[in-house]
Every structure is written in structure tokens, then in C-alpha cells.
Design a protein. Structure first.
Length: 113
């Protein structure tokens, strides 16, 4: 009886997390590509590439911030406060991931050059 209840709870949690996972990992893929571009553009001293990298970084940050409502609606929680914390956590982790990948690519490119 207990295993059936726990399976039902896990199944329910998985169903509620699926939309949030889909949204999160869709954005993670986009952020990896943008971060690779930005990290590799920063190694060159040409001002147009640095300017383009900064513009793309700004655009990516704004686009991720505009997904706040999407993360709130995809949150697997019922309460408004928990949904807000979930959305903020997702956005914060995506932006940290973006910065980490861009810095990592830049450091690798600088060490190779």
C-alpha cells in the first residue's frame, strides 16, 4: 500500500515538473550557444567584436528575465510565494550558468592563443 502511494506521489511530481524542465533545458541550450559566442568574441581585441558580444549578452539576459512568467506558470507548486521563488531560482541558475560558460570559453581561448 505504501509503495503504491509513493509511486503515485512520484508520478504526480514528475507530471508537474515536466513543463518546467522543458522550459529550463530549452533555455539552457540557447544560453550555451550564446555563451560560446560571447566567450570567444572577448578574446579578440577588436572593438566591434566586443561590442557585439556585449549586445548579445544584454539581449540574452533580457530574454531570460522575460521568462519569469513562464517559469512561474510552469512551477510545480501551488502557492504564489513558492512559484515566485522557483522562478527566481531558475532564472538565477540560468544566468549563473551563462556566465560560467562564457568565462570558461574565454579562459580556454586565451590559454590557447
Amino acid at each position: 500500500m505504501a509503495s503504491i502511494t509513493s509511486q503515485r506521489i512520484l508520478s504526480s511530481l514528475h507530471e508537474r515538473l515536466a513543463p518546467a524542465e522543458e522550459l529550463y533545458f530549452r533555455w539552457m541550450t540557447r544560453l550555451v550557444l550564446a555563451a560560446i559566442f560571447i566567450g570567444s568574441a572577448w578574446i579578440d581585441d577588436a572593438p566591434p567584436l566586443s561590442l557585439a558580444a556585449m549586445l548579445v549578452a544584454g539581449y540574452v539576459i533580457v530574454r531570460v528575465l522575460t521568462q519569469f512568467g513562464g517559469f512561474m506558470s510552469a512551477a510545480p507548486f501551488q502557492g504564489r510565494m513558492l512559484q515566485t521563488l522557483f522562478a527566481l531560482g531558475c532564472i538565477f541558475s540560468l544566468l549563473c550558468f551563462f556566465a560560467a560558460v562564457a568565462i570558461f570559453v574565454e579562459r580556454i581561448a586565451i590559454s590557447v592563443v
